[in-house]
Design a protein. Sequence first.
Length: 316
Amino acid sequence: MMTYQCPDPPSRCYLLCATPRTGSTFLCETLRATGKLGRPEEYFECLKDTGLPRQPSQYFNGLAGGTGGYDRIMELLGRPTLSIDLQAIMQRRQRGYRHYLDDVLRTGKTDNGVFGAKIMWGHLADFLDMLTGDPDLSCSERLDRCLRTNFPSLKYIHVTRQDKVRQAISLWKAIQTQQWRSDIGGRVTGQSCVPVFDFAAIDHLRSQLAAQDLAWQSFFRTNGIEPLVLRYAEFSLDPANALAKTAGLLGFSDELGTRTETLTMIKQSDGQSEEWAARYISIAARYQERRDEWARRVTRCAVSGRLLLSEFNQIS
């Protein structure tokens, strides 16, 4: 198993265990602004096979190709082709992932020895594969040992968002526009594009995000870990409280200040997001009504069948 080789390794580490669009980028920026809680970034987002972060079409790998929903989503995304960064892949193979990990441990560490990073469940298998040569996540105990071996005095922070519908809508809009953040002063990362509502896309992402969040919970439960849980609805309104909790988790008793002038991120949710949420909930409710009616019909048919069979047996 690969272990860290950094000449000056961190003394305390934490991982922000998240799913997309939970406010984790804002949280990272807030933590960095203290100057004492590491420099958390999404250091492990590049996938093994492409050398790049997850691309738009890869969010929909679970949908069957050739189906109407999948084809429509691909059309909305402009029929994207899968790009591959061969240079990044070759560089990683030549230098070895250990060297990249060493660089990350140095980059993500503040002067007091604290290292922070965030990792998405969807990136974990590739990260584990590049770290150990084995992508198998079936053994949670082995995964925990691997992470603790490479990140000294590791603490876990579960970053979650309870409203999965609005989380999925946020992700679907970001996938379409490639605008993953907005900042004060108009800074926008990504291309200019008008997002389009699509129930199938949002529903698929909602299910995907819920499953990934449950996977994190299962990982913590299996290993007897009680992570610090930071909920988007809470820390987005009170980031100072999230800072205090993180500091306490890492053993800091003194008050940590945040250079608020360095925080430029603003929320991307808007009236359109709320309109889409209401629209999604309405369509989902109609689908549920149809499923319930179908279940009632099946039940009535089953009961009728049993009655007929009983009468037949009595006659016989």
